[in-house]
Design a protein around this ligand. Structure first.
Ligand code: CTP
Ligand code: GDP
Length: 228
């Protein structure tokens, strides 16, 4: 158990490597990786009231409204009183960031800055294991057996909104809504931006930054936990 709890957020456009880097951080530093997208999908699968509502937006390629996101996520974060965590995919908007701010003090925000062409290439080749949120890429980190998750052997899927037609609008939207969030974290002095086209080249910088902030000893029970 770490002496001081550590709260971090990772931001970046779709395909920027938030999930991939979050997994590495979780493994190296023992933080819980919390994924808002996985949490939404679980709520949808479980037909919860918020999940049913969220689905109507996600199906249309829209962002889930702030009040639904905060109602879903903040109570879960408030319960995480004994763990250090890294939140991936939330906050997306200034309203969400302000709501998160009133719940907890963040120690650090990582922002990924990746060129559009790179995002497009990666996402058209992204495969996901829906049960766990594990992410593959046919070139970068292919599954051991094509089309199957390494651990469960279950089939992998692709998201429709990862295809290039949907991506331009998603990226434009990300830029618009993320700008004030990034400015907020910059003004708080907790923003760290990393730019590049390869996760393996960005990772050492993130790793060394975090090494100065938290002990690099993995807990035994970490890795990716979708929020319950
Ligand atoms: N704060 C958030 C996080 C997610 N979503 C919705 O949930 C979907 C799935 O979330 P996630 O898995 O984080 O997004 P991805 O589509 O995988 O995007 P990314 O590539 O950034 O991971 C998003 O497309 C969006 O509709 C949202 O509205 N608000
Ligand atoms: N080719 C390549 N693919 C990568 C790299 N980093 C991540 N990916 C893949 O790109 C896709 C998007 O990464 P992901 O972590 O899901 O990004 P997120 O949308 O920001 O969470 C996934 O299929 C990853 O496996 C990289 O450096 N090179």
């Amino acid at each position: 158990m770490m002496a001081k709890l550590f709260r971090a957020v990772i931001m970046g456009p779709p395909g920027s490597g938030k999930g991939t880097i979050s997994e590495r951080i979780a493994q190296s530093f023992g933080l819980k990786h919390l994924s808002s997208g996985d949490f939404l999908r679980e709520n949808i699968a479980a037909d919860t009231e918020a999940g049913v509502l969220a689905k109507t937006y996600i199906e249309r390629g829209l962002m889930v409204p702030d009040h639904v996101m905060t109602r879903l996520l903040l109570p879960r974060l408030e319960e995480m009183t004994r763990h250090s965590w890294l939140m991936d995919g939330f906050p997306c908007t200034l309203t969400q960031a302000k709501a998160l701010n009133s719940t907890c003090d963040l120690d650090l925000v990582i922002s990924l800055n990746i060129p559009y062409e790179t995002l497009k290439d990666r996402l058209s080749d992204r495969w996901i294991h829906p049960g766990s949120g594990r992410v593959y890429n046919m070139g970068f980190n292919p599954p051991r057996v094509q089309g199957r998750d390494d651990l469960s052997g279950e089939p992998l899927i692709q998201h429709d909104n990862d295809q290039p037609e949907a991506l331009v609008a998603r990226l434009r939207h990300y830029k618009d809504v993320a700008k004030p969030v990034i400015d907020l974290y910059k003004s708080k002095g907790i923003l760290h931006t990393f730019s590049g086209t390869e996760t393996d080249k960005i990772w050492p910088y993130i790793n060394s930054l975090l090494s100065t902030k938290i002990p690099s000893r993995p807990e035994t029970d970490t890795q990716h936990i979708p929020l319950p």
